[in-house]
Design a protein around this ligand. Structure first.
Ligand code: PGA
Length: 256
């Protein structure tokens, strides 16, 4: 089954309105009108509107987080309904920076995933082990617990309406990328676990790699059989760097 590659830029807490305008005009002018892979960017909440109004139709826009609640007295949070109302397509859930800094646990992340689906947003579920967990040999256990919490809440069919991003924490923002084989090993593990629930659906779900992915390693990573694109942090912050990754997705989507 062929899955469309997705190149997703997580801008984290970077930028300004001027940055957003420059990035969006760079992407609009450099991305071809027809592409066979998907592109998405994830600005901070207050820049979402600017991205949504300036993006070309084939670029999707997502938020970096959402509330697990529908609405109510939850100061400082933003609901899935509000994001959908604004015109967002996607949303990140359970990014490791939020799991660590904001103590988001697997159950909360699962609720956020369900909330996103409820309002028609595509959630990208971020999972991944720390360097200590990798050294302890618990990578698979940790990653599967993170996914299983969502699976238990929403079921396999709904899980596959979202995207999974495997982001080893030790590779995020460190310049230390997982090798293509290391990534493939975990991606294959995830897909084989999902296949125990439903083989057809497991083959359909996209699993992105994230962690120091850049133009120079994207081709090798994305050409792995179970790697369906990337969630890109640092290398999504200039149009030039981001386009370098998109070009690799373009080559692969055309089979070259
Ligand atoms: P990085 O970040 O590409 O800067 O390592 C990836 C991410 O956190 O999504």
């Amino acid at each position: 089954m062929s899955r469309k590659l997705l190149v997703a830029g997580n801008w984290k807490m970077h930028g300004s309105l001027a940055f957003v305008r420059e990035m969006m005009s760079g992407l609009s002018s450099q991305l071809p009108a027809q592409i066979n892979y998907d592109v998405a960017v994830f600005p901070v909440y207050i820049h979402l509107h600017e991205v949504i109004t300036s993006k070309s139709t084939h670029v999707a826009c997502g938020a970096q987080n959402l509330s697990e609640y529908d609405d109510g007295a939850v100061t400082g949070e933003v609901s899935a309904k509000m994001l959908a109302d604004l015109g967002c397509d996607m949303v990140l859930v359970g990014h490791s920076e939020r799991r660590v800094r904001n103590n988001e646990n697997n159950e909360e992340v699962a609720k956020k995933f369900a909330q996103a689906l409820k309002f028609g947003l595509t959630p990208i579920l971020c999972v991944g082990e720390s360097s200590v967990e990798r050294q302890n040999g618990t990578t698979q256990t940790v990653v599967w617990q993170q996914i299983k919490a969502v699976l238990d809440l929403v079921g396999i069919t709904k899980l596959a309406e979202g995207v999974i991003a495997y982001e080893p924490v030790w590779a995020i923002g460190t310049g230390e990328t997982a090798s293509a084989n290391q990534a493939q090993e975990v991606h294959q593990f995830i897909r084989s676990q999902l296949a125990l629930n439903d083989d057809t659906i497991a083959r359909r779900i996209r699993i992105l790699y994230g962690g120091s992915c850049k133009g120079s390693n994207a081709y090798e990573l994305f050409s792995m059989p179970d790697v369906d694109g990337g969630l890109i942090g640092g290398a999504s912050l200039t149009a030039e760097d981001f386009m370098a990754i998109c070009q690799q997705a373009d080559r692969l989507s055309q089979g070259v």
